[in-house]
Design a protein around this ligand. Structure first.
Ligand code: SAM
Length: 190
């Protein structure tokens, strides 16, 4: 297939938004794959802030970053992303150029612990205030699991109503595939 698949597309958007030395956010650490990707993008002079509500995710991310000698440029918070504006020191506010939310549950773990649309929306609103202009928030929406459809509908509705004077919002999705594969919604602050 020549068209870009969903996860590579999410990464392409982040690559466009983020430069060496930037400040970025991984709103859902999970096993730390995205954190590692972001840490590599920002380089030694950059900063990544990561959030997860599960100790297991903090541990897995910590291990992954240590194994790649990238822990120093990352701060991990065992906290919900809905607290990001109070957790990220104010000297970084206004400087964040990219953020990713990989929604749903932690693969291989407790499937009852899933992201919730209410807290995801609170976090997006906080990010919109503390991001730099042209900063991009990427949401990877998994709607195949039990509560995924509810989250998808709430987020789509919320994102469709964002004033176009404040952000550009896009949806990137294959619409003829079985089993509800994930799709991307991206928000670029104006
Ligand atoms: N990006 C991850 C990776 O690269 O492995 C996968 C993330 S996983 C699909 C979703 C994660 O969101 C889970 O680890 C879950 O614990 C976390 N989560 C759920 N609610 C959260 C919240 N309010 N704030 C931050 N993380 C949350």
């Amino acid at each position: 297939m020549k068209m870009e698949r969903i996860l590579p597309y999410a990464k392409s958007l982040l690559k466009k938004a983020i430069q060496t030395g930037d400040v970025v956010v991984d709103a859902t650490l999970g096993n730390g794959h995205d954190t590692l990707f972001l840490a590599d993008l920002v380089g030694e002079t950059g900063k990544v802030f990561g959030f997860d509500v599960q100790e297991e995710a903090i541990h897995a991310s910590n291990e992954r970053l240590s194994a790649h000698a990238m822990l120093e440029r990352v701060t991990l918070f065992h906290e919900g992303h809905e607290h990001l504006s109070e957790k990220i020191p104010t000297n970084y506010h206004g400087k964040i150029t990219g953020a990713i939310f990989n929604l749903g549950y932690l693969p291989g773990s407790d499937k009852s612990i899933v992201t919730q649309p209410e807290t995801t929306i609170v976090a997006i609103e906080q990010l919109m205030k503390i991001m730099a202009p042209q900063g991009i928030i990427v949401l990877v929406i998994y709607h195949g699991h039990e509560k995924g459809a509810v989250e998808r509908d709430s987020l789509i509705q919320y994102c469709q109503e964002i004033d176009q004077k404040t952000a550009h919002v896009l949806q990137y999705q294959f619409i003829n595939q079985l089993n509800n594969p994930p799709f991307v919604v991206a928000i670029e602050k104006r």
